[in-house]
Ligand binder design. Structure first.
Ligand code: HEM
Length: 293
């Protein structure tokens, strides 16, 4: 199973290879997406609106940076295009790939939850702190916040955070979000896109898959439960519009750049969880924590 995105097998493989390196390496490297073509879009008709960004820099296979004309108002589409190859890599990475192969244990899934918890907490604290800031105000939606659901699911599965290690990859991911919340809050929008549009999209697939694989009650999978939202499809479409609207008042190029960072961090974390759960004894000993549950 997988998202039907045909382009960029080579690029995805390269990105996957890179994702198994530590997150610092991944973060410092230029995004390699050889199959991503130049996106040239027409400017929107609304000439009275000042574009918040005019150009987006996109890495090519030769490492050169191509100037790409983007139009504000299309940010949601541009985010999808810019992260297409990274999304493919995410699906093929670490514990996420194990899930898709039907090869995931409750322990490994709990590790994923435990390590996503600080990530979502950092994101949601940042969004709340900047909920009146340009751009952020449009995407800070408590209805989407997932940290309480993650904590609930962990407890329902019988785990507590102090019994599962916090991996360096999760610390780096959460730290990056805390950093941008201080230095450039509009970058939080890139993280909100990656996590919440992801949860609204692939979360619905993962929820069914995990229920079958782990044989757990739906009450342990509330991370993907958005039943408070009456029409998920309509909500997602409206959230995409809000993302695109954000580009009129915040730095669209920075938002795209940060969404790509979000993917790299998520991929590195997925790989780290696979490693840690394959070698639980070593992972626990390194952190000085008790033996695995
Ligand atoms: C097991 C791994 C994954 C699978 C099987 C998967 C699958 C999918 C599928 C099928 C869609 C399209 C849904 C639709 O069009 O309605 C989608 C969209 C999306 N996924 Fe994932 N995904 C995975 C991992 C991730 C990760 C790790 C992230 C981010 C950290 C992510 C973020 C997104 C986003 C942002 C979208 C919306 C893309 C767009 O149209 O703008 N996904 N995913």
């Amino acid at each position: 199973m997988g998202i039907s995105r045909k382009k960029g097998k080579v690029a995805a493989d390269q990105e996957r290879t890179r994702s198994s390196h530590d997150a610092a390496t991944v973060l410092n490297s230029a995004p390699a997406s050889p199959s991503q073509n130049l996106i040239i879009r027409k400017q929107p008709a609304a000439s009275n609106v000042k574009p918040s960004f005019a150009r987006h820099r996109q890495a090519r296979s030769d490492g050169a940076i191509a100037a790409t004309a983007l139009s504000p108002g299309n940010l949601a589409t541009d985010l999808r295009e810019a992260t297409r190859t990274l999304h493919e890599s995410a699906e093929r990475s670490g514990v996420l790939a194990q899930m898709l192969r039907g090869n995931v244990s409750v322990q490994a899934y709990a590790m994923l939850l435990r390590n996503l918890l600080p990530v979502y907490r950092a994101l949601e604290e940042g969004l709340e702190r900047h909920r009146n800031a340009p751009g952020v105000r449009l995407v800070a939606r408590p209805a989407l916040y997932r940290s309480a659901a993650i904590a609930h699911d962990l407890a329902t599965l019988g785990f507590t955070t102090d019994r599962l290690p916090l991996l360096p990859g999760a610390e780096r991911y959460a730290h990056r979000i805390e950093e941008v919340a201080t230095t450039g809050p509009c970058r939080l929008i890139g993280h909100a896109y990656a996590r919440y549009i992801g949860d609204l999209s692939d979360g619905q697939i993962l929820r069914k898959l995990l229920a079958r694989l782990l044989r757990v009650s739906p009450t342990a999978l509330t991370l993907y439960d958005f039943s408070d939202i009456a029409d998920l499809y309509a909500y997602k479409a409206e959230y995409r519009l809000a993302l695109s609207q954000a580009a009129y008042e915040a730095d669209g190029e920075a938002i795209i750049d940060e969404a790509m960072q979000a993917y790299r961090l998520a991929i590195a974390l997925s790989c780290a969880i696979e490693t840690a759960t394959a070698e639980p004894a070593r992972a626990m000993r390194t952190d000085g924590l008790p033996a695995p549950v």
